[in-house]
Design a protein around this ligand. Structure first.
Ligand SMILES: N[C@@H](CCC[C@H](N)C(=O)O)C(=O)O
Length: 311
């Protein structure tokens, strides 16, 4: 079968995007792995199918919550596993939906496995000429509660290159994250994330791991005081990636929690692939803003991938 796809990225977290407006594509884990393969396939940290919400049980749940959530982001990690949410992916899907003519005015209301998400167009706060997308990523939570914060964490993480396991905080942003602070940007640059960090206790559904260094505060172009942090991430189902949107949200909310109640609401998160902005909203939700870029359209021969496919 010949499969039309689009390649896109958000701060270099890259995806193969599939327009499945009929909802008929059999997106098997094998096909996901083959598409995401950087040598024998097209390459990507994940594969995202845009499908009618009405064609998936999780999509129908979203329609019950908001009948405007017509389209569903079916996100898969490069290893073929399903994940609840992808923050960079939501923005890139919004850009894709624009390109397909599915969204032009107001907010895009999108179904996801973590619930309904709303996307609006905005601009890079430091360069108004650069289009960005802002997403209400829903509620965030510390599964370990205040006790975990008081104890310095509810997990321990051992990363190759660090001599001992470090305390870490579990953060839920629709998908699971474990955030640990490292000493400085040199230590952050030196760690080896080619193998998965060892997390104790073992999270039942796995976890994404973010290593962070708080970098203080600055006043942005609008006059707002914003926090800054640098982050590297090892993603569940992928490996080290150059950015993770939900990871940036988890990292910012962890660092803000550690900093105490006077900490800024907005955080600029520097990742190897660029920067995104995270904001704690008054209703307990977290907002993620950043770029979304489509770089190519392509036709993939699924027989050549070794995964004959039907649509
Ligand atoms: N890169 C994504 C997160 C993708 C899912 C993650 N690997 C998981 O398994 O939870 C993002 O931008 O949030």
């Amino acid at each position: 079968m010949r499969l039309q796809v689009t390649k896109g990225h958000g701060t270099q977290n890259d995806f193969v995007l599939i327009d499945d407006r009929t909802g008929g594509l059999d997106l098997s884990p094998r096909l996901v792995r083959a598409l995401a393969d950087r040598r024998a396939g097209l390459g990507g940290d994940g594969v995202i199918r845009l499908a009618p919400s009405a064609t998936l049980p999780e999509g129908r749940d979203c329609l019950d919550t908001d009948p405007g959530a017509t389209w569903f982001m079916d996100y898969r990690n490069a290893d073929g596993s399903v994940a609840e949410m992808c923050g960079n992916g939501v923005r890139v899907v919004a850009r894709f939906a624009e390109e397909l003519g599915l969204w032009s005015d107001g907010e895009l209301v999108l179904g996801t496995r973590a619930g309904v998400r709303r996307v609006r167009r905005t601009a890079d706060p430091d360069d108004a000429a650069q289009p960005w997308y802002a997403v209400d990523m829903g509620p965030w939570d510390l599964p370990g509660g205040p006790a975990a914060v008081a104890a310095g964490g509810d997990a321990e993480v051992l990363v190759t290159g660090l001599a001992v396991a470090r305390p870490a905080l579990s953060v839920d942003v629709g998908n699971p994250h474990t955030v640990l602070a490292v000493a400085d940007t040199d230590e952050l640059a030196a760690v080896d994330l080619t193998t998965a960090p060892a997390v104790t206790p073992t999270p039942p559904h796995g976890t994404n791991v973010e290593l962070v260094v708080p970098l203080g505060e600055q006043v942005d172009a609008t006059g707002e005081v914003v926090g800054r942090l640098r982050m590297r991430v090892h993603e569940r189902g992928v490996g080290e990636t150059r950015s993770c949107g939900t990871g940036a949200c988890a990292a910012a909310m962890a660092v803000r929690t550690w900093a105490g109640q006077d900490a800024p609401a907005a955080w600029l998160v520097e990742v190897p692939g660029g920067r995104v902005r995270v904001r704690a909203l008054a209703d307990g939700h977290v907002e993620l803003a950043g770029p979304a870029v489509l770089v190519a359209d392509a036709v993939v021969d699924t027989d050549a991938l070794g995964v004959p496919t039907t649509a």
